[in-house]
Ligand binder design. Structure first.
Ligand SMILES: *[C@@H]1O[C@H](CO)[C@@H](O)[C@H](O)[C@H]1NC(C)=O
Ligand SMILES: *[C@@H]1O[C@H](CO)[C@@H](O)[C@H](O)[C@H]1NC(C)=O
Ligand SMILES: *[C@@H]1O[C@H](CO)[C@@H](O)[C@H](O)[C@H]1NC(C)=O
Ligand SMILES: *[C@@H]1O[C@H](CO)[C@@H](O)[C@H](O)[C@H]1NC(C)=O
Ligand SMILES: *[C@@H]1O[C@H](CO)[C@@H](O)[C@H](O)[C@H]1NC(C)=O
Length: 261
């Protein structure tokens, strides 16, 4: 009996080990991208080209590989799938910044290595260069910015830091620098420069604000009243004329009546 229990325990131990190690051996394949086994961030530059080589290590059989750009699969040529696979990202643009490339094992897609592109580029500024606004109304100058690393942003006027007045308000987000001006004055007319200073480069964009005279506003009520008066006059005129026309007709009828008699 004791011998049987020993045998049983041995069997159990063996089974346990088998369960622990068998699947492990099958999935022991390890992936590398450019010889790295961990996910990583790749610093790169505008217009450059990056080659990413994915390879299986310690595999016992042929392994098919998959490449993803974000969530989408990358089309791979038939000779570029087995055991190792390379993708090339060329003429890298600002839009590639933050994009993730992932190499996966086709057989077990939880085996993967990801590379996130960190595209370094100087500040790019955009916005509405010319705005014409009536004195007394509100206006917003919006300077859109894209930059990596992030730029320090500020408004300049007459080649100096903008002296914020009571009707000025500056609002900054990671995507833009805004200047809101309420009740625009004649003295707000001029050129405002959006300045972006990153560790790479300083970039400036001019925004021209043209303040025009307040348009002479014609009050609406007297115009409407005048229209009504003109309309009524015309109506009465017509009615009066109709009476006269009717009178003429009646007059014309009279002689006929006389002849009938
Ligand atoms: C491959 O296997 C060898 C020996 O088992 C081990 O030393 C090495 O670290 C493994 N390589 C990887 C990338 O896991
Ligand atoms: C892939 O690797 C396996 C195991 O090392 C090997 O048998 C097979 O020939 C390789 N195939 C290619 C196309 O390199
Ligand atoms: C897939 O690989 C992961 C990580 O190596 C492993 O934990 C998991 O058991 C594997 N799944 C299958 C179905 O082989
Ligand atoms: C208003 O600003 C514009 C743009 O800077 C400039 O061209 C124009 O001469 C200015 N007008 C006046 C009256 O200051
Ligand atoms: C721009 O930033 C650099 C350091 O990053 C600094 O030396 C320089 O004075 C800044 N320029 C302006 C106009 O703020």
């Amino acid at each position: 009996m004791a011998w049987n229990i020993r045998e049983l325990m041995k069997m159990c131990k063996f089974l346990l080990l088998a369960i622990l190690f068998l699947p492990h051996e099958v999935t022991s394949s390890v992936l590398t991208v450019n010889d790295r086994t961990e996910n990583y961030i790749l610093d790169t530059w505008l217009g450059s080209q990056e080659s990413l080589k994915c390879a299986v290590q310690n595999h016992t059989r042929e392994e098919e590989l998959l490449w993803y750009r974000e969530e989408g699969t990358v089309d791979l040529k038939s000779g570029n799938k087995i055991n190792s696979s390379s993708v090339c990202v060329s003429s890298i643009s600002e839009d590639d910044n933050g994009v993730t490339f992932t190499c996966k094992l086709q057989r077990n897609q939880s085996v993967s290595v990801s590379v996130v592109l960190n595209v370094i580029f100087p500040p790019i500024l955009s916005g509405d260069d010319f705005q014409t606004v009536e004195e007394g109304s509100d206006v917003k100058l919006v300077c859109n910015v894209r930059s990596n690393p992030q730029a320090q942003m500020m408004w300049h006027r007459n080649s100096d830091i903008l002296n914020l007045e009571k009707n000025h308000q500056v609002h900054q987000t990671s995507e833009s620098l805004q200047l809101s001006i309420t009740k625009v004055k004649k003295s707000d007319n001029g050129t405002y420069s959006c300045v972006a200073n990153s560790s790479l480069q300083m970039e400036t964009k001019d925004f021209h604000l043209i303040v025009k005279d307040r348009a002479v506003t014609v009050p609406k009520e007297p115009i409407i009243a005048a229209c009504i008066v003109v309309f009524l006059t015309l109506c009465f005129g017509l009615i009066a004329r109709r009476k006269r026309i009717m009178k003429l007709c009646i007059k014309n009828e009279d002689p006929q009546r006389e002849t009938a008699l």
